[in-house]
Design a protein around this ligand. Structure first.
Ligand code: IPM
Ligand code: MG
Length: 361
C-alpha cells in the first residue's frame, strides 16, 4: 500500500522533530513493506516569510490531496509583531478549520521510566495515570467573532465563544467512542456555573451519553479539573472538553508525563483523515540546537498509523520502541535526570529506529 503524507515542518524546532518522525516512518515502511511518500509544504512563520501569508493555498491543496498530514510547530518571537490575521498561529487555526479537524486527541500517560521527571509527589503518582484528552478543535472562542472597538473608556477588544448542537454532538461521540476502547469513563469539563455555552454543552453531552450506557459520564468544572489533575490524575480516563479549556488542560496534563516534549496529538475529521502534531510549540529558544525531544512527534506518527491508516501493529512497534529506549535510560535534555544518559534529537531518533527492528522480531 502507498500512503501520501503532507509534511509541514513549520517553525522553531518543527523541522528537527518532523525530520526524526519521517525517518521513523521510512524505517517502518522498510520493515512492514509500505510505501510512504512525503511532500513538504509551508505553514506558519516560514510561510509568512516566503509567501507573505501563514497558510498558502498550495499548502491547503497539498493537505487535501494527501492521506494524512504531519505538522511540526508554528510561531516564534520573530513574527510576534504581526497582526492577528497574519500571525503564524492563524495558519494553524485555518488548516484545522479547512480540513474540518474537529477532534483533537491528546493522550497523556506515565512511562514508568519517566517517573522521576514527573513534577508530582511520589504518593500521588504511585498508581500512575493514563488520560486521553478529547478537545473540540474547530469551534468555541478560537473561532468566534473577535475585534477591537472604541468605548468611553478608550480602546476595547472582545472575543466570543459559541457552540452549536452539531459541534457538541460530534465531539461528544468521539469522546464516548474513545472511552469505549479504554476504561469507559468520560469526564466532561466545562464552566456551566458561568457560561451559556457550557450549559448547552452539558445538556447535549448528557443526552449523547444515553447511547453509551456502558460508559460512565461525570461532569467537572474546569477550575476544579485543573486542580484534580494535580492532586489525583489517576481518576481520569477520557476528558472531554472545549477548544480553549482543552488547550490549557492538555499543557497541564502533558507536563505530568515528565515533559511537554512527550505528548503527541491527532486532530481528526470524519472518515479518519487526520493531522498529526506534537502538542508542544515551536520552542524558539532551543531551535536549531539539536536538543529538542522528538518523541512527541514520533508518537504522533504512531497515532497517524493507527487512526488514519489502520496500521495498529506498526503503531505499536513505534510505541514499544520508544518505551524500550526510555527503559534503557536514554533521555533528551527536557527529561534528563541524574543517572540517565543524555542524548540529542538525532540520537534519540536513531535509538528509536534501531529498536523498531528488534521489537518486530
Ligand atoms: C496547541 C497550541 C495552539 C492552540 C496554538 C499554537 C494556536 O497551543 O495546539 O495546543 O492554542 O491550539
Ligand atoms: Mg496549546
Amino acid at each position: 500500500m502507498t500512503y501520501n503524507i503532507a509534511v509541514l515542518p513549520g517553525d522553531g524546532i518543527g523541522p528537527e522533530v518532523t525530520n526524526q518522525a519521517v525517518q521513523i516512518l521510512k524505517e517502518i515502511g522498510k520493515i512492514f513493506n509500505h510505501k510512504f511518500n512525503f511532500t513538504e509544504g509551508l505553514i506558519g512563520g516560514i510561510a509568512c516569510d516566503k509567501k507573505q501569508i501563514p497558510l498558502p493555498l498550495e499548502t491547503i491543496e497539498l493537505c487535501k490531496k494527501s492521506d494524512a498530514v504531519l505538522l511540526g510547530a508554528v510561531g516564534g518571537p520573530k513574527w510576534d509583531k504581526l497582526d492577528g490575521e497574519n500571525r503564524p498561529e492563524t495558519g494553524l487555526l485555518k488548516i484545522r478549520k479547512e480540513l474540518n479537524l474537529y477532534a483533537n486527541i491528546r493522550p497523556a500517560f506515565m512511562y514508568t521510566a519517566l517517573k522521576k521527571a514527573c513534577p508530582l509527589k511520589n504518593e500521588i503518582i504511585k498508581d500512575g495515570f493514563n488520560i486521553c484528552i478529547v478537545r473540540e478543535l474547530t469551534g468555541g472562542i478560537y473561532f468566534g467573532n473577535r475585534g477591537e472597538l472604541y468605548c468611553k473608556h478608550g480602546k476595547a477588544a472582545y472575543d466570543t465563544e459559541s457552540y452549536n448542537e452539531k459541534e457538541i454532538t460530534r465531539i461528544a461521540k468521539t469522546a464516548f467512542e474513545t472511552a469505549r476502547k479504554r476504561n469507559k469513563i468520560v469526564t466532561s469539563v466545562d464552566k456551566m456555573n458561568v457560561l451559556a455555552t457550557s450549559r448547552l454543552w452539558r445538556k447535549i453531552v448528557e443526552s449523547i451519553s444515553n447511547d453509551y450506557p456502558d460508559v460512565t459520564l461525570n461532569h467537572m468544572l474546569v477550575d476544579n479539573a485543573a486542580m484534580q489533575l494535580i492532586c489525583n490524575p489517576h481518576q481520569f480516563d477520557v476528558i472531554l472538553t472545549s477548544n480553549m479549556f482543552g488547550d490549557i488542560l492538555s499543557d497541564e496534563a502533558s507536563v505530568l508525563t515528565g515533559s511537554i516534549g512527550m505528548l503527541p496529538s491527532a486532530s481528526l475529521s470524519d472518515e479518519s483523515f487526520g493531522l498529526y502534531e506534537p502538542s508542544h510549540g515551536s520552542a524558539p529558544d532551543i531551535a536549531g540546537k539539536n536538543i529538542a525531544n522528538p518523541l512527541a512527534t514520533i508518537l504522533s506518527v504512531a497515532m497517524m498509523l493507527k487512526y488514519s491508516f489502520n496500521l495498529s501493529k506498526e503503531a505499536e512497534c513505534i510505541e514499544a520502541s520508544v518505551k524500550t529506549v526510555l527503559d534503557e535510560g536514554y533521555r533528551t535534555k527536557d527529561v534528563y535526570s541524574e543517572g540517565t544518559k543524555l542524548v540529542n534529537t538525532e540520537e534519540m531518533g536513531s535509538l528509536v529506529i534501531k529498536n523498531l527492528r528488534t521489537n518486530n522480531l
